[in-house]
Write a protein that binds this ligand. Structure first.
Ligand code: GCU
Length: 138
């Protein structure tokens, strides 16, 4: 199925601001989390039915010159530790993709800065709850 986009600027933000000074974002802006470990963006994502292999694509930009890893939790469970968000510039938005299980109904997906630089700028989370087998990730 087609992924559904959840904008970061509409998510819950802890220690960060919505900004729009680096072009290429979708929606009305992106989240610039504070440069501290523990700053996060948390999305509420709906799945029509439980799935073991939803595709989660985090759209980001990182002009900081070094990897800015994020810890990803789904419904409070750590599903990806220190997921890499390599340096790519502030206007060259790209996506980092993982697979995760989701419950039927509402799910919380949190991306937390794992180091003192905080995370990259986060633009959106694209969720495909029913990826087509054999076609790979979007
Ligand atoms: C710069 C940049 C921000 C970014 C920040 C950072 O200030 O303009 O968009 O979030 O660096 O290093 O986190």
């Amino acid at each position: 199925a087609a992924p559904v986009r959840y904008e970061a600027e509409n998510a819950t933000i802890s220690q960060g601001l919505v900004e729009s000074n680096h072009a290429g974002f979708s929606g009305t802006g992106f989240v610039n989390n504070d440069n501290v470990a523990g700053s996060y963006v948390e999305w509420t994502v709906n799945a029509a039915s439980a799935t073991s292999n939803a595709v989660l694509a985090f759209r980001y930009a990182n002009g900081g010159g070094a990897n800015r890893p994020l810890d990803i939790t789904v419904n409070g469970n750590l599903v990806s530790n220190d997921l890499a968000f390599p340096s790519n510039g502030w206007t060259n938005y790209q996506s980092v993709t993982i697979n995760a299980a989701l419950n039927a109904g509402s799910n919380t997906i949190r991306a937390t800065g794992a180091t003192a630089t905080g995370g990259p700028n986060l633009d959106a989370l694209d969720v495909d709850t029913a990826p087509v087998p054999g076609r790979g990730n979007p």
